[in-house]
Design a protein around this ligand. Structure first.
Ligand SMILES: [Zn+2]
Ligand SMILES: [Zn+2]
Length: 304
């Protein structure tokens, strides 16, 4: 999987940072988290193909995470897209989209499904054969959902040579073993899956937590994930401002990363008061709490 940061600024764009949006690319499919104004342009500057967007997840309805979605969907319509599109987000999202599209008299070329969640919602919002997405409320000034994209574990690779050595007849028995079932051969021998399968492949996971102040729920959502994308709006100079506006400092995010036992923290959503050098300094200090911090910047790609 690949994470592509499209916009890393909070509240307002700057000349070097766009508004919040992050793409997760998995086997060609694109999952877009938030869609601030300017996301379309950032997509064009990046390696991410807008035609491959599978679903869009909007965590909360603050403008810096939302105002790009109507424009992007309008462009998908002009592209004569045919594939259906899913949009997930808090209650109010559908009304926002409907108002935009009705105003412009936009009739879609494709099926748009908007799924809304009421305040406090937690649960599985998408469940596919190879992955699922869970949502959990964060702790922000308005209702805000965090998301966890989780690949399902895959059984180990079937070892053909071992199977032949064990004289297991080719055919449906192979399939049974691959699916974790134990089999009994005609000669009475019992073969268990671990005798022919390599080690199980653990699915990777990405937690996306924007916007929120430090919260136990975030730790829960991010539990042992491969990458935690967390807002880090402020530095140590603005702790009271972070508390007042229900945002996080870089150190808050580092604490979440440490307590959740994640592999990597990707910091994003920086206040426009900091330039790139200052953000790097803030991250250096937060490494006392959690070492593995990747400082986000627009168009940065992180392979996981
Ligand atoms: Zn924000
Ligand atoms: Zn916000």
């Amino acid at each position: 999987m690949k994470i592509v940061l499209l916009g890393t600024s909070s509240a307002v764009p700057t000349l070097t940072r766009g508004l919040s949006s992050t793409a997760l690319v998995r086997e060609g499919d694109v999952f877009l988290f938030d869609c601030g104004e300017g996301t379309q342009l950032q997509l064009m500057r990046s390696s991410v193909k807008r035609s491959r967007i599978h679903s869009i997840f909007i965590g909360h309805l603050h403008g810096d995470h939302l105002y790009g979605i109507a424009g992007l969907i309008s462009t998908l319509h002009l592209d004569a897209r045919e594939a259906p599109l899913n949009v997930f987000g808090p209650e109010g999202l559908r009304a926002f989209l409907n108002a935009s599209f009705r105003t412009s008299d936009l009739q879609f070329t494709f099926k748009l499904t908007v799924r809304e969640f009421p305040r406090g919602y937690r649960g599985r919002v998408l469940d596919e054969e190879e992955y699922y997405v869970d949502a959990l409320p964060l702790d922000h000034s308005i209702f805000c959902l965090g998301w966890r994209f989780q690949e399902k574990d895959k059984p180990g690779i079937f070892n053909l040579e071992t199977a032949e050595k064990l004289r297991i007849p080719r055919g449906p028995l192979y399939g049974k073993l691959q699916h974790g079932e134990e089999i009994t051969l005609d000669d009475g021998r019992v073969i268990t899956p671990d005798m022919v399968l390599g080690e199980a492949r653990t699915g990777k996971s990405v937690a996306y937590c924007l916007d929120t102040q430090f919260s136990e729920r975030t730790i829960q959502l991010a539990d042992k994930c491969t990458a935690l994308i967390h807002e880090t709006t402020f530095g140590p100079d603005s702790i009271s401002l972070a508390r007042e506006r229900k945002h996080s400092t870089m150190e808050d995010a580092a604490r979440v990363a440490r307590e959740a036992g994640v592999e990597n923290l990707i910091a994003t959503h920086f206040s426009s008061r900091y330039d790139g050098r200052q953000v790097t300094q803030i991250a250096d200090e937060a490494r006392n709490v959690f070492e593995k911090i990747t400082v986000g910047r627009d168009l940065l790609e992180v392979e996981i």
